[in-house]
Design a protein around this ligand. Structure first.
Ligand code: A2P
Length: 342
């Protein structure tokens, strides 16, 4: 494509949509124009961009006319309805919802792991689940070196992953509790303040939650290896930003903790913070607003022959969502795959 793309940000009033605008600006994405879209409720609202503000437009099937790229973060139903309308009009979609992730026609991409999958896109590219993104960025180098056989992951996920209304809910509950007032959970099934909820998304017939099974299926698709065995427990914790994960892996060949540290120290998108003697390890508060996937607490699992325990933390709204989507867009440009030949 010879000219700069016109970019639609769909869901621009939401937590991820706003961050998408911020990331486009911070990375100086070469857009000819950026236009925010949301529901009819938000039509005419202003969202900050660069030195000024942009006016939110209503998302419709026709609104993609003349656009080259659409970044979607407006919920699964909205993506299912509108992403095909964009693609039909020659506007390539990078979708942050779960609507298209397991569709065999849609690549599921983390640029550090499987940029080559962009080559077969047909107009809709899926951005993976936030917990999965940060995990595969850290695990792919280990997989390439020692072949991962099995992953056991437990997550500690921030409320911002549920959207702006969940950020507001945690804040409101904390305020009310400090003032001796009752709280009435609205977004989550139980009080989230000062609590941990072992349920993210709905329960499935096998007793796992949808979030847990997303981690299982998406990891295999992104890493391109259906033989990796994955099991997950996903937990919502009263943290505003930043998902943390305790990950146990079993590899085919031995990788010492020292080798793993050295390997990850040069891995793209990863920063190792692993100095127990200084009490230095990745934490959600420090990861907030940062682009890197932070890894620490790297230890050999002494209960099996070839095992490692690691702790992975990233900003779920940035690398887990907005940043990864913009990085996909940058790769599309770099690989000349933003096919818009009008
Ligand atoms: P709106 O603010 O107009 O409802 P979050 O995940 O933070 O809750 O944000 C969801 C985003 O998706 C918001 O920008 C929201 O817009 C947008 N959205 C939700 N439903 C629709 C819809 N039916 N059409 C267009 N945008 C939608």
């Amino acid at each position: 494509m010879s000219r700069n793309p016109r970019v639609a940000v769909c869901g621009a009033t939401g937590a991820v949509g706003r961050e998408m605008l911020k990331v486009l600006e911070q990375r100086n994405f070469p857009a000819a124009e950026v236009v925010p879209f949301a529901s009819a409720r938000s039509k005419g609202k202003k969202v900050p961009f660069k030195d000024g503000e942009l006016t939110v437009q209503e998302l419709t099937h026709e609104c993609f006319e003349g656009f080259d790229l659409a970044l979607f973060s407006a919920g699964g139903g909205t993506s299912e309805t509108f992403a095909p309308s964009a693609a039909e009009r020659g506007c390539t979609v990078v979708d942050n919802s779960s609507a298209w992730r397991m569709n065999p026609e849609c690549p599921l991409v983390v640029p550090e792991v499987n940029p080559h999958d962009l080559e077969w896109h047909k107009g809709i590219i899926a951005n993976p689940n936030c917990s999965t993104i940060q995990m595969v960025v850290a695990l792919q180098p280990i997989h390439l070196e020692a072949k991962i056989k099995r992953i056991v992951v437990s997550t500690y996920q921030a409320v911002s992953g549920t959207g702006q209304k969940a950020i507001d809910e945690l804040e409101t509950q904390v305020r009310r509790l400090f003032n001796g007032q009752e709280v009435v959970p609205q977004v989550y099934p139980h009080q989230i303040a000062f609590n941990c909820l072992p349920q993210i998304d709905v329960f499935l017939d096998n007793g796992y939650t949808k979030e847990e099974m997303k981690m299982v299926h998406e990891t295999k698709k992104i890493m391109g290896d259906p033989s990796i065995r994955v099991t997950a427990t996903t937990v919502r914790v009263p943290v505003f930003f930043g998902h943390s994960e305790a990950v146990n892996i079993e590899t085919e060949t031995k990788l010492t903790a020292e080798d793993c540290r050295a390997l990850l120290a040069t891995a793209p998108g990863v920063e190792v913070i692993d100095f127990p003697e200084k009490k230095a390890y990745p934490m959600a508060l420090d990861a907030t607003g940062r682009d890197e996937v932070f890894v620490g607490r790297i230890r050999e699992d002494e209960s099996i022959e070839n095992g490692l325990n690691i702790w992975i933390v990233a900003d779920n709204i940035r690398k887990g969502a907005a940043l990864n989507a913009v990085q996909i867009a940058e790769k599309l440009l770099e690989m000349d795959l933003l096919r818009v030949n009008r």
